[in-house]
Design a protein around this ligand. Structure first.
Ligand SMILES: [Zn+2]
Length: 205
């Protein structure tokens, strides 16, 4: 791509660093921004900068939050002893939208994936295991994607908790294998949380 402007080229380059945005799409988006009132671009730039400088991870569940402790964790109406283990904030949003879960979450920040170089120490697994070992949790509900990586992660955490008195369950797989949690419809997802099964039972299946 030949650019007559270095400024344009830079903006297109940065835009094209986003996932699934090729050079052509990047150019289209940048030209679109140029046609908008300047305030629009300023708001976008400010929102992104502000996001990066102000965003926090909840000290308790590691979800993305504006506060030190997120609104879910600080809500006294929610059951802190039941923890749903998820990969990222999209899963929290999906499960929250079902309105069927009144416990807390623990956000791992990913799943174990040797192919992508993600090991247990890259994730928030240790704080979860600590929380459980301190006796603060009665039930863990695994709600990771039904993939090999999701299964590996479930099993790894399960193994870490060997000998600990705790109920471990997994969401019922009304969701077909390979489906990402965040794409499951609300009714199916809500039902699968309510109809969760003991984790050990899922291993035999
Ligand atoms: Zn939290």
């Amino acid at each position: 791509m030949e650019f007559s402007s270095k400024l344009l080229e830079n903006a297109v380059y940065e835009m094209s660093q986003l996932p699934s945005i090729g050079k052509r799409t990047a150019l289209r988006l940048v030209l679109h921004l140029l046609q908008q009132p300047k305030e629009q671009t300023d708001r976008l730039a400010f929102a992104l900068q502000n996001l990066r400088s102000e965003i926090k991870h909840c000290k308790n569940c590691f979800n993305i939050s504006d506060l030190e402790v997120c609104e879910i964790c600080s809500n006294p109406m929610r059951n802190r002893k039941v923890i749903c283990v998820v990969e990222d904030i999209r899963d929290v949003m999906a499960i929250e939208s079902t309105g069927q879960f009144k416990g807390n979450y623990h956000v791992l920040g990913g799943i174990i994936s040797p192919m992508d170089g993600v090991g247990p120490s890259d994730l928030y697994i240790e704080p979860l295991v600590d929380k459980v070992k301190k006796g603060e949790v009665e039930e863990l509900i695994f709600a990771l994607s039904a993939s090999m990586e999701g299964d590996t992660t479930n099993f790894y955490i399960f193994k870490q908790l060997e000998g600990v008195e705790i109920k471990v369950s997994t969401i019922a797989r009304g969701i077909s294998v390979g489906d990402e949690l965040q794409y499951a419809d609300e009714v199916t997802l809500g039902r699968s949380i309510l109809n969760r099964i003991p984790f050990e039972q899922s291993l035999k299946g």
